[in-house]
Design a protein around this ligand. Sequence first.
Ligand SMILES: [Zn+2]
Length: 157
Amino acid sequence: MHACPCGYFSDPTRECRCTGAIIQRYLSKVSGPLLDRIDMHIEVPSVPYKELRGKDTGVSSAEMRDRVEGARAIQQRRGFYNSRIPSRQLRKLCALDEAGERTLEMAVRRMGLSARAHDRILKVARTIADLSASESVIAKHLAEAVQYRSLDRSYWN
Ligand SMILES: [Zn+2]
């Protein structure tokens, strides 16, 4: 979806003229309970033409596939793909260090997250850790997972 009705919100080249109230009404069409069930919301700014045509310097698809396959193999050995981790195993399989606990607690408080959103963030953080072959979920993984909940941010409420 667009971030606002005109579609130019956060566009570096065109100005968005939508007011806060209009944006809020637009975003409220996607219901909270529905958003809650979506693991990741990410703001994707439009790509300037030059970048679109420029040389690709990011991770190649082949490299990314290797990382994804590696993460899936880790999850298979663990017994569950991360999206399927039963809630009674969640705390054990997504154990956090002290800094991670603090990061999560702060996010839940500031963003007013539901229990479901909390669990989803933990699972996404587990996946980010698996993608870097990290045994433990650390604050950095958690902070990245929290970023993917941009539509939960109280900014919109
Ligand atoms: Zn707009």
